[in-house]
Design a protein around this ligand. Sequence first.
Ligand code: C2E
Ligand code: MG
Ligand code: MG
Ligand code: MG
Length: 291
Amino acid sequence: AAKAAGRNRVRHFSPDLRSAVQQKMQLAAELRDAIESDQLVLHYQPVMHVPTGNCSGVEALVRWQHPERGLLPPSEFVTLAEKHDLIVPLTRWVLATATRQVAAWDAAGLPLVIGVNISAHHFTTGTLVQDVADALACSGLPPERLVLELTETSVAEDPKRAAAQFAELRISGVEVSIDDFGRGFSSLSQLISLPVGVLKIDRSLVAGANGRASESAAAIAAVVGLADAFGMRTLAEGVETQEQLAVAAELGCTFAQGYGIARPMPAHDLATWMVRRAAGRPPQPLLTAAA
Ligand code: C2E
Ligand code: MG
Ligand code: MG
Ligand code: MG
């Protein structure tokens, strides 16, 4: 009911009474409060270790439980956060919450690696290394358990600065992965000079990997070859079908992630999912998980 009321209200004020710009300003102001009042939620998507079939880690994906508009996906507010100087506080909240959660799973006998998405904006502010150290210190999580996901473009924006921060993060024991690899146009010479642990192969490539003979499969094979040559591992993103998983496995991807394995889900559901999976019973599709 609250959701419906919220929709009505938006319709009521638009477009003559309140411009789209004003609405964005209001949403940004609300987001500022939301970060402080714990309206943000993390969902966790399992990452499968392909050779063993085990779930070795999870990726933290932020959502906003908006009091009137319901559960908002990151596409509705992450860019907004970047534009309104809110991405650093948002990411600090994500880092703190995710590391605390993984430390709690650890204590419960469920050791997982956690991936956290880092915006290019945060990468260029210069506070990232300290923010990561703070989250690790507060949660007590060992640095080897944290993987920061950066896109190709965030590296390309300021390669020198990127190299310096990658080096600092590497020294601190945290791993860095390149998210959405294959979607942008990375400079290979830049990439191979960075201490990158994992290439996350973009789901646009994985989506086309139906059969080994496909062009997408050839592209994935090339990325795996590149990763092998430089001591990196690969993760196939957006695996939706058994066939895509089989191709990823055949081509030597170390990790896989996607709706075909599990959707992102709240922390509480993840523990249940893990227990069922460990018991060898494939879990039912999780209808509670947000896409
Ligand atoms: P990403 O890091 O590449 O995350 C993967 C996205 O693909 C997630 O969407 C996930 O739900 C979706 N996905 C996973 N498997 C499949 C699949 O099999 N098929 C399809 N079609 N989609 C799949 P989500 O949660 O909406 O996040 C979108 C993007 O928002 C993320 O892309 C990431 O770039 C950004 N994001 C999410 N959480 C955070 C955060 O805490 N901080 C920052 N800065 N960005 C975030
Ligand atoms: Mg990611
Ligand atoms: Mg991605
Ligand atoms: Mg992405």
